[in-house]
Write a protein that binds this ligand. Structure first.
Ligand code: HEM
Length: 156
């Protein structure tokens, strides 16, 4: 719950990349997935539950989630996400950040969320800030799981 310099994050990723012979973007993606599936699930379960019970609902609530984190961590420099519903099973997620270089982590975070909601996801980056776009945009295609059937409804 203490801020630390972004340079430390970048140096850690670079060092891990050399040590593990793995490209930085792959490590960031794996960190994002691990964050949702392990760190957040273990350390922030109730906060994660409050943010939604389906992938689209959760993505619409990402800013509220980080605002709640900010109550206990006033130095927070949170990202901002704007989730735009497109066709059935398709969203565009606009990611605004004061930091550089974390877009690959967002891909992993989305994959981890897909796993959490048993919702297969396919993520494609449509616009990259590192290539001059105003902000990063991701297309998230997903397959919602079938709604739970009422207990006993399949009995004669
Ligand atoms: C309970 C769950 C979560 C907690 C407690 C949490 C908390 C945080 C914290 C403390 C930071 C660092 C901000 C700072 O250093 O000032 C952060 C950054 C970030 N979070 Fe979350 N977060 C959660 C879930 C998620 C999820 C599900 C996503 C999915 C998209 C996400 C996306 C990000 C991103 C991309 C950043 C990087 C910051 C930036 O771009 O500036 N977070 N979050």
């Amino acid at each position: 719950m203490e801020p630390y310099p972004d340079d430390l994050t970048h140096r850690l990723v670079k060092a891990a990349s050399v040590e593990l012979s793995t490209p930085p973007h792959a490590l960031l993606r794996a960190m994002g997935e691990f964050w949702v599936k392990c760190t957040a699930a273990a350390g922030y379960g109730p906060l994660m539950e409050m943010a939604g019970s389906s992938l689209p609902e959760f993505l619409h609530n990402l800013d509220d989630l980080h605002a709640r984190v900010g109550v206990n961590f006033p130095a927070l420099l949170p990202p901002s996400f704007d989730a735009e519903d497109r066709d059935e099973g398709k969203m565009h997620l606009h990611y605004h950040s004061k930091r550089q270089g974390l877009a690959p982590m967002v891909v992993g975070l989305l994959e981890g969320l897909g796993d959490r909601f048993e919702t297969p996801v396919d993520v494609e980056q449509l616009a990259c800030r590192s290539e001059g776009a105003d902000h990063d945009v991701f297309e998230v295609r997903y397959v919602s799981p079938p709604p739970p059937t009422e207990a006993g409804s399949d009995l004669p």
